[in-house]
Design a protein. Structure first.
Lengths: 197, 99
């Protein structure tokens, strides 16, 4: 046994097995139960009882399954759903000015990122083509100009999108459709009318 | 209790031994359901009075397990549920287990 323990990979495997099948399942399950279920929830004791009744081999996977269950049930799920509800309420109460500002800000960030990527790519391409030290200033100038153009375009695009109500077009299309539907007369009715006349 | 695939699977697992005691992990293995699906169904059945629960006496320092038993109402309801499910096309995949 001592010889086996002296062998480094065997020792690490031994510790791993000890942790994975001995210590960690019980430890992790207790943490999950404390975090996810209320003290009066019978599942706190029930799951712990089930853990020690099953074989050691099945324990790690079963505990991982409980982790997943706890995320969608119990206290953690309550916390997540209440946080989401709060976020939705905040979104509904946001005013138009703040919304416009956020849209513009998002566009600036997106375009800055695009400009950075585009500019870096341009620098790399130019540096590869020319491979001369004295052209570095010109390359940087191109980079700055491209960045400025992209940012300006982004800001303009963001402003245009923020100022136009997004739901206008579909509503108009829907109104046109409903109008045409209201004025629709089946062919049989038309023929009958003609026949009557 | 809604008649779903999972409910029918739990009912089948419970009715495999109608007089005996059932444990969560054993039910999960017999029905082939994850505990996240199994426990809500079992709790609904408990609320409906189809099942009764209890705790086994703790032995050798091990925490006690919770067991479930089918009540008289549960026996009738689960039987009816399985009888309906047997003729339902939705549960044709479980047909072999009905036999």
């Amino acid at each position: 046994v001592i010889k086996l323990l002296d062998h480094h990979p065997t020792l690490s495997t031994f510790v791993f097995v000890l942790m994975a099948f001995g210590f960690l399942p019980g430890f992790m399950l207790r943490i999950i139960l404390l975090a996810a279920y209320r003290p009066d929830d019978p599942r706190r004791h029930e799951l712990l009882g089930e853990l020690y009744a099953m074989s050691r081999l099945a324990r790690p996977l079963w505990v991982a399954q409980q982790c997943e269950t706890a995320l969608f049930e119990g206290r953690l799920a309550d916390l997540v759903s209440s946080a989401l509800r709060r976020r939705t309420r905040e979104r509904k109460s946001v005013d138009l000015g703040r919304l416009t500002f956020l849209v513009v800000l998002r566009w600036i960030v997106v375009k800055l990122g695009a400009a950075f990527v585009f500019g870096t790519a341009t620098i790399l391409v130019l540096a590869l083509i020319r491979s001369q030290a004295n052209n570095v200033a010109g390359t940087i100038l191109v980079y700055v100009a491209l960045t400025a153009v992209t940012i300006t375009l982004g800001i303009l695009e963001g402003l245009l999108k923020a100022n136009s109500p997004p739901s206008q077009q579909p509503v108009q299309r829907l109104t046109e459709r409903s109008r045409s539907a209201a004025s629709f007369v089946p062919r049989r009715t038309v023929e009958r009318r003609r026949g009557g006349d | 209790v809604r008649k779903t695939q999972a409910t029918v699977q739990v009912a089948l697992a419970l009715m495999a031994d109608p007089q005996g005691q059932h444990w969560g992990y054993q039910l999960s293995k017999t029905s082939g359901l994850r505990s996240g699906v199994l426990y809500p169904i079992v709790h609904r059945m408990l609320d409906e009075g189809w099942l009764a629960d209890g705790w086994e006496p703790s032995r050798s320092g091990r925490p006690p397990r919770r067991y479930y038993e089918i009540t008289t109402d549960g026996l009738r309801e689960l039987g009816a549920l399985l009888a309906r499910a047997e003729n339902d096309v939705r549960f044709s995949a479980l047909r072999r287990r009905f036999a």
